[in-house]
Design a protein around this ligand. Structure first.
Ligand code: SF4
Length: 367
């Protein structure tokens, strides 16, 4: 049959140069990728690889590991070799670890020039080593570690200050002919962060790594990241994202993927369309939605399952979905592709939905 039309997006991607982080393309010709960062000691190779495996299984595209010590630098070759997704070494202060990471086979290195003294002198060598090894770079400007000269000039980490820092650091690489880098300008305030990325997007064709830094615990961090990324991605700005949460990194990946799916920047998989419930609800919608979500976790097909509390909007939504239930009078009407296929007692709703979902999923193509 005819291929389905691609789902609508809010804006075309901003055109950027294309870079590679290992096997993952970053730039306007590649899908927006999701990153996270390990929380293990990088020197503990087994623990780090275990966490990377969990992140990979959750759908993470690229992983970053901190490299604050010589022991960490020495662990990088094993980690880079055994990780199934590209590894970026995160280096703050010591240029010697930048060279170690490049030689270790890391796909990319994140540098924070504001934190590297005499950075200017070493760029030429870093650029040469990175070119030799096919390593890309992220220039990671961060409000908390802004170049002191810019802090003095602007008084604080304003969007203009972050962007001036990024442009200057980009020029240091570009004057040596090195172009394989992306840039981030992170701030913990989504408003400052969004403005900084807007300015940066106008200033050059660099691929951009989005992040709200120190976004906070899961709930606040999720909302700060989602609103900020949404504001930028809805203008086509952003080529790779990292949600920062004070929570396990797999949670960051789940949030990142959900943000991209919400904007149709990544195919939607399982989608639960559940009502908030209200005074009309004739069933415990929260529990029902939670149990159905838990029962279908990890589903790899684009299935829409409607869980509705009553018969007002229930049948309508349930009909629009692939599968759904509209509850009422201690019963659930089960809809499949718009048709009521059966009515079951309330106690059977969850297992019937899961059973039908599994049956439908078998007929669908994974995304
Ligand atoms: Fe309320 Fe029914 Fe709408 Fe759920 S579907 S929010 S119970 S009216």
């Amino acid at each position: 049959g005819m291929p389905a039309a691609p789902p609508p997006v809010l804006a075309p991607r901003r055109t950027t140069r294309q870079i590679k982080v290992g096997k993952v393309g970053v730039g306007s010709e590649s899908p927006v990728s999701v990153q996270s960062m390990t929380t293990t000691l990088t020197s503990d190779v087994n623990a780090t690889l275990q966490q990377i495996a969990e992140l990979t299984a959750t759908g993470c595209d690229i992983v970053r590991v901190a490299c604050p010590s010589q022991d960490d630098a020495e662990a990088l070759p094993e980690i880079a070799k055994h990780s199934q997704i590209p590894v970026i070494a995160d280096i703050h202060f010591q240029p010697k670890y930048v060279f170690a990471a490049i030689e270790a086979g890391c796909a990319a290195v994140r540098v924070n020039p504001g934190n590297i003294k005499k950075f200017d002198d070493q760029i030429k060598e870093i650029a040469a080593a990175a070119t030799d090894h096919g390593t890309s770079i992220r220039i990671g400007v961060n409000a908390g570690s802004l170049d002191p000269r810019l802090l003095a000039k602007y008084g604080k980490a304003t969007p203009e200050a972050l962007v001036e820092s990024a442009k200057w650091e980009a020029s240091l690489f570009e004057e040596h002919g090195f172009r394989d880098f992306k840039i981030s300008v992170k701030h913990n305030d989504p408003v400052v962060m969004v403005r900084a990325y807007e300015l940066l997007a106008e200033a050059g064709d660099w691929p951009l790594h989005l992040g709200v830094t120190e976004a906070g615990p899961a709930f606040q961090g999720t909302i700060k990241s989602a609103t900020a990324f949404g504001a930028l991605l809805s203008q086509g700005i952003g080529d790779t994202i990292r949600v920062s949460l004070s929570a396990p990194p797999v949670e960051e990946v789940k949030v990142g993927i959900q943000i991209l799916q919400s904007l149709n920047l990544r195919p939607r998989k399982l989608e639960i369309v559940s009502c908030p419930s209200c005074g009309r609800a004739q069933v415990d919608v929260y529990t029902l939605a939670e149990r159905v979500t838990a029962g279908l976790e990890g589903m790899e097909v684009p299935l829409r399952v409607a869980v509705m509390g009553c018969v007002v909007n229930g049948p309508g939504e349930a009909r629009e979905a692939d599968l759904g239930v509209a509850s009422g009078n201690g019963k659930g009407q089960i809809f499949v592709k718009g048709e009521v296929i059966k009515t079951v007692p309330e106690s059977m709703i969850v297992e019937t939905l899961i059973e039908e979902a599994m049956r439908l999923a078998e007929e669908m193509e994974p995304v």
